[in-house]
Design a binder for this molecule. Structure first.
Ligand code: CAA
Length: 258
């Protein structure tokens, strides 16, 4: 399928979506979000794809929702089309792991889109921020909620109220990103990480994702119970037998995704 606003490729079991509106620093227009949703639908339906990487350019992951597209919207426009939820949440409903590979600006909706992914690998030049306050509005794609869960109330308030940017180092120190790599190595390093995950059992990676995400939605006791049920369910898979027997037999496991 041809897309106008993104590039899509696969590398082995890794599906890669590159946001591609360079003239607008990958601003997340409605068309781009539609393209992204369609690409995720295709990757999710493809049993050969185990992991998805979402990335942008060296200059910008995404500089936010498209300001030119939204500037003149009325409240009723926004309400009726459920702006900005529609389409964006497709990222959060994907059951396969999605890694955000962020170089350059991840601002506003760009930061929110990165946080909708499962984890973020940042290039050294990455800059994160929720600058919506400078535009007379506030984050509308989960920024106040997800950033607060990632970095805690004090830093989330600081970021959302001042609209300042944080660099990769600060983002790593406060837990927003899991690793930092040199800009020129970002794609290769993220691909290596994605391939390492893609080599595991697909249903088990999906269960891990589901279990970790439950930590955001449940009490500790509910989350631990949910995890235990999935752990027990893993014993119904061929891959659990293969993984444990491979360890005992001192060989590499060969998972069949069953
Ligand atoms: N929407 C639409 N166009 C954008 C854009 C955005 N979010 N961000 C950048 N662009 C466009 C610029 O208008 C410019 O286009 P023209 O060449 O046609 O003028 C082009 O991208 C390059 O941008 P700059 O010339 O500004 O580049 P710069 O290097 O000088 O600055 C920047 C980079 C600091 C990221 C600056 O572009 C900027 O501040 N962008 C806006 C960031 C922002 O406020 N994001 C939040 C958007 S609101 C939101 O996301 C709501 C939500 O919660 C979902």
């Amino acid at each position: 399928m041809a897309y106008e606003n993104i590039l899509v490729e696969t590398n082995g079991k890794v599906g890669i979506v590159t946001l591609n509106r360079p003239k607008a620093l990958n601003a997340l227009s409605a068309g781009l979000v539609r393209d992204l949703g369609a690409a995720l639908d295709a990757f999710e339906a493809d049993v050969n794809v185990h992991v998805i990487v979402l990335t942008g350019s060296d200059k910008a992951f995404a500089a936010g929702a498209d300001i030119k597209e939204m500037a003149e919207k009325s409240y009723m426009d926004a309400y009726l089309e459920d702006f900005i939820t529609k389409g964006w949440e497709r990222v959060t409903t994907c059951r396969k792991p999605i890694i955000a590979a962020v170089a350059g600006f991840a601002l506003g909706g760009g930061c929110e889109m990165a946080m909708m992914c499962d984890f973020i690998i940042a290039a050294q030049n990455a800059k994160f921020g929720q600058p919506e306050i400078n535009l007379g509005t506030l984050p509308g794609a989960g920024g106040t909620q997800r950033l607060t869960r990632f970095v805690g109330k004090s830093k989330a308030m600081d970021m959302c109220l001042t609209g300042r940017m944080m660099d990769a180092d600060e983002a790593w120190k406060c837990g927003l990103v899991s690793r930092i790599v040199p800009v020129d190595d970002l794609k290769d390093e993220v691909l290596k990480i994605a391939e390492a995950i893609a080599d595991k059992s697909l249903p088990i990676t999906m269960m891990v994702k589901e279990a970790v995400n439950a930590a955001y939605e449940t009490t500790l006791a509910q989350g631990v119970r949910f995890e235990r049920r999935l752990f027990q369910a893993s014993f119904a898979t061929d891959d659990q037998k293969e993984g444990m027997n491979a360890f005992i037999e001192k060989r590499q496991p060969s998972f069949t995704d069953r």
